[in-house]
Design a binder for this molecule. Structure first.
Ligand code: ZN
Ligand code: FE
Ligand code: FE
Ligand code: ZN
Length: 266
């Protein structure tokens, strides 16, 4: 199998260097490992960037260079150069400029902020107090759809991350899932089946089965990622991800080279 969402020590909140992650992937028999570390916080002024959330701007060329070197020096497993990039409305040009400068195999788009609130950050979990889950879901999925439609991304990360700490809407989210799946299909992006949800308080893969099912019906391809922040997490939950994909009718997953999509059968 493959794991397309792996972080490294460079982002400031993961442990282990590239070679340790690669060794873990080989030990687990993965056929591809895709690194997708956090892009520098380009949407914040330099002085406001938290070094424990993402790599510094001057680190990015080194990140890219190291992974390119890894592709060459380690046969037997395919190494992909990805990046996890935040989507922040109003900063599309800045992000496009960074992405253009490097030969990424794929770009994973993430929503980690709603109006500056880092809703998936354990240190900001009190932000859920006094907020209406239905409104949060609506705001989150609106932004996710906007991100997909921006054309900047190949894959949408942990697509219902808003549930991380157990936030659940009172009303049926199926219409949100279907609208978003339709936007994904039109935009030509993939949905990421991200197993970090199994390790989060919610204890459920991102996305919810009903969201993945909507994506399958709209013809949205899927990728698989562990969101590993430690070498031991490489490939974690990938078996569950494959089972969920098969249950929802998927028969293949997408893989990428130089932002071109190919399919592997499941
Ligand atoms: Zn991270
Ligand atoms: Fe993320
Ligand atoms: Fe991540
Ligand atoms: Zn992530």
């Amino acid at each position: 199998m493959v794991d397309y969402h792996v972080h490294t020590r460079r982002c400031g909140h993961a442990e282990g260097d590239l070679s340790t992650y690669l060794a873990a992937a080989r030990a687990r028999g993965l056929r591809e490992i895709g690194f997708a570390d956090h892009i520098p916080l380009y949407f914040l002024p330099r002085t406001a960037r938290d070094p424990s959330l993402a790599m510094a701007e001057e680190e990015l060329p080194h990140y890219v260079g190291e992974i390119k070197a890894l592709k060459i020096t380690h046969p037997g497993i395919t190494v992909r150069l990805g990046i996890e990039a935040d989507y922040v409305p109003g900063y599309e040009k800045e992000l496009a400029r960074i992405l253009r400068a490097y030969p990424f195999d794929y770009v994973i788009g993430s929503i980690h902020y709603l109006d500056g609130w880092g809703f998936d950050n354990p240190e900001q979990v009190t932000g859920y107090e006094g907020r209406d889950p239905d409104e949060l879901y609506h705001a989150y999925f609106t932004l996710l759809g906007q991100a997909a439609a921006s054309g900047l991304f190949d894959i949408m990360a942990h697509p219902d991350l808003i549930k991380k700490f157990g936030c659940r809407p009172a009303t049926d989210p199926t219409p949100l899932y279907e609208n978003t799946a339709a936007i994904f299909a039109r935009a030509g992006v993939c949905i990421e089946v991200n197993t970090a949800g199994l390790r989060a308080p919610v204890r459920e893969i991102y996305p919810a089965p009903a969201f993945l099912y909507a994506c399958r019906r709209f013809g949205v391809p899927a990728t698989i990622g562990s969101d590993a922040h430690h070498p031991e997490q490489v490939g974690a939950g990938v078996g569950e991800a494959v089972a969920l994909l098969r249950e929802t009718g998927y028969r293949s997953i997408a893989v990428f080279t130089r932002r071109r999509r190919l399919f592997l059968s499941l």
